[in-house]
Design a protein around this ligand. Structure first.
Ligand code: SF4
Ligand code: SF4
Length: 377
């Protein structure tokens, strides 16, 4: 059964999509991708399509920028597959976003405080809060601490996007001169109990951002979170579990020096510093760059989905300690403490080698299939 075939969409809605350059097929592909990311089967595509279509009152969203490089916004607005940015901007009322809103100066600030006064909004935060030197981060004369406290205390939930908003970012690396902290740490320190969802990553994957917002809009609740307040649905498995190079790891075939001839053959990057065994995330399955590629195609994973990876994973080209290799045992000794337990949990809990053998082949065929579908349109 083709779940896309029987989905009927209102003519008016189709016209709106058309004006935005989104075909019916692309919209349904978006719904399919959202279903997959939310852990639903394809049979839920009509339900998702209909829910999006019927969203007459667009829920307000406030997007705050603090200490960061704007990489997460870049990642979000550059996502063209499957037209996530256009669709999300159609279904959400983006009342305030310092980078992409039309308003500026005082008018922009009026919009912000009006939205806060009306309440019932989702708050997305990109960037860390400067708590050590508050004046290091100000917007419109207010510090990041003042803005975050005011906006965060009245939000339905705060979605912290990227490593800066979740854990302070690289400006929070030791010795952390500005006292940069993530949103959750900041709000809890002030006794503010607003739910916080941490979408880690440097940057956060745009599809994880969209899917989190959609989860709330479609199901009326926030996704289930792990101990780091990350949605389990995106961060439940390690990079290593689903890696395209995993079959080579299991067979003991390693790249010994970066860019050697075995790199192109797809050999495992563990010995040149890959942090995949310690890192929880869906990069190998959701991919990046419009689902075309991901880091491990060309370089070792640096573990950017793990809290404070800049300090914990320093010495990026040294192999991780205590990863059991086929017939070998690694002995790097300069990596942060506590990683061994995480690795053991990561590998032990996620059935080494289960679904990943042949993954490279699956990914290639996925891309080829997508291209064929695009050509048919
Ligand atoms: S160590 Fe890295 S490259 Fe090797 S299989 Fe694991 S995640 Fe992939
Ligand atoms: S593969 Fe590793 S380095 Fe690349 S985005 Fe994912 S977690 Fe970050």
């Amino acid at each position: 059964m083709d779940p896309l075939k029987d989905v009927s969409l209102d003519e008016e809605f189709l016209k709106v999509l058309e004006l935005k350059g989104i075909s019916r097929r692309k919209f349904l592909k978006f719904c399919g991708a959202a279903a997959a990311l939310l852990g639903m089967s394809k049979l839920h595509i009509p339900e998702i399509a209909s829910a999006i279509e019927k969203m007459s009152k667009r829920p307000p969203l406030i997007w705050l920028d603090f200490m960061e490089c704007l990489g997460c916004t870049e990642s979000f607005v550059n996502a063209t597959y499957p037209e996530v940015d256009k669709i999300i901007l159609e279904i959400l009322s983006l009342d305030y976003h310092e980078t992409i809103m039309a308003a500026a100066g005082e008018q922009a600030h009026e919009n912000l405080w009006k939205a806060v006064e009306e309440g019932n909004y989702l708050c997305v935060v990109e960037g860390g809060i400067a708590t050590g030197i508050p004046s290091a981060m100000t917007v419109g004369g207010m510090t990041s601490m003042e803005i975050m406290e005011k906006v965060g205390s009245k939000a339905i939930a705060v979605v912290a996007v990227g490593m800066c908003a979740t854990h302070g970012g690289t400006q929070g690396a030791e010795p952390n001169p500005t006292g940069a902290v993530g949103v959750e740490e900041f709000l809890r320190g002030r006794g503010i109990k607003t739910p916080v969802i941490n979408l880690v990553g440097c940057p956060a994957n745009p599809e994880n951002i969209i899917s989190t917002v959609l989860h709330y809009l479609l199901l009326g609740k926030l996704p289930e979170l792990d101990a780091h307040s990350r949605p389990k649905i995106f961060y439940g498995q390690t990079i290593h579990d689903n890696c395209t190079r995993r079959a080579h790891f299991d067979e003991g075939r390693f790249v010994e020096v970066l860019a050697d001839e075995n790199m192109a053959k797809g050999y495992c990057l563990y010995k040149v510093g890959c942090r995949g065994p310690h890192t929880f995330g869906n990069c190998p399955t959701v991919l990046w760059n419009n689902r075309q590629s991901w880091c491990v195609d060309v370089a070792p994973c640096i573990g950017c989905f793990e809290p404070k990876f800049w300090d914990r994973f320093r010495d990026f080209y040294e192999p991780l300690p205590d990863v059991k290799l086929p017939g070998v045992r690694a002995s790097a000794d300069k990596i942060g403490i506590g990683l061994a337990a995480v690795t053991a949990a990561g590998i032990g809990a996620h059935a080494v080698g289960s679904a990943v053998k042949g993954r490279l082949k699956k990914t290639e065929s996925h891309v080829i299939k997508e291209e064929e579908e695009e050509k048919k349109e």
